[in-house]
Design a binder for this molecule. Structure first.
Ligand code: ADP
Ligand code: MG
Length: 263
């Protein structure tokens, strides 16, 4: 085989192995390998070629994890202003950001009134998990319940339960904003139960733990059983500061008032 047909054969191999990035990098790398100045060893050449492909595969994987995660905002933990929220311990959030909690399927609960940054922190953990290559999924409690409801009607219950069991990190936002119908409560209960000790749940709620029965239509049994599973291995972050949104409104209002007073 001459060099030309060898090259064609090599391109064909890379194409049939779907190694598009390596195929694209091949001509330049071959040039470099044969240049007197940089003569690459066989080993170094192969390493360079494969590392181009590995990087491309890695990048595709990361992008697909990010798409799947459906995180509703691009803000990360680094964007969180701890000065504005003294009830949140930066050291605790930094520890959570290492994602060690995922290793033993610990759950994280952010509890507090509206606007204090619960969603931002949960989503920030989601971005960290995606960056670490973990399968992550964000949903609101209302969406989860609606999807389970449709699944039950369409005979896809088992598949849907497997879907929520799959991600290593499942973020369930806004539990407790709306009271759940009995069927919704039992869907949420089943999702939590099947993830118990297997995969982390990051959950946000405006309800103190004592008022959880309310979410479940005052079904104290279901609420208790769910709390047992959620809290057995968990980190609870209580946030009791001012709403960040209101804080911004107040700052603007204060500025306007001062400007008016100064006139
Ligand atoms: P919650 O989920 O508790 O209702 P959010 O996380 O939605 O609150 O926060 C409300 C808004 O304020 C969001 O735009 C969020 O990015 C912003 N925010 C809240 N707390 C902080 C903070 N400590 N630093 C920066 N932005 C914040
Ligand atoms: Mg929120």
């Amino acid at each position: 085989m001459n060099a030309g047909s060898e090259y064609q054969q090599l391109r064909a191999h890379l194409a049939s192995l779907r190694m598009a990035a390596a195929a694209e990098a091949l001509p330049a790398l071959l040039d470099e390998a044969t240049k007197a100045a940089s003569r690459l060893t066989h080993q170094a050449f192969l390493e360079r070629l494969l590392s181009v492909e590995v990087a491309a595969v890695e990048e595709r994987r990361r992008a697909s994890l990010a798409r799947f995660a459906s995180l509703p905002s691009p803000l990360t933990l680094a964007d969180f202003d701890f000065g504005a929220q003294p009830s949140v311990d930066p050291k605790l959030i930094a520890e959570l950001g290492t994602l060690r909690f995922v290793e033993d399927a610990t759950n994280v609960l952010f509890i507090g009134p509206p606007g204090v940054g619960k969603t931002m922190l949960a989503v920030g953990l989601g971005h960290a998990a995606v960056a670490a290559g973990m399968r992550t999924y964000y949903t609101t409690a209302a969406d989860l319940v609606a999807r389970c409801h449709r699944a039950a009607l369409e005979g896809r219950w088992a598949t849907t339960m497997r879907f929520y069991a799959g991600p290593r990190v499942l973020i369930i936002d806004e539990v407790g904003y709306l009271p759940l119908p009995a069927e919704g409560a039992s869907a949420l209960f089943q999702v939590i139960s099947q993830r118990y000790l297997r995969g982390s749940v990051v959950l946000t709620t405006n309800l103190g733990i004592a008022s959880w029965a309310k979410v479940f239509g005052d079904d104290v049994m279901v609420a208790g059983a769910m709390l047992d599973r959620l809290l057995h291995r968990s980190v609870v972050v209580n946030i009791d500061g001012d709403s960040y949104r209101m804080r911004a409104h107040r700052a603007r209002a204060d500025a306007v008032r001062k400007a008016v007073a100064a006139r």
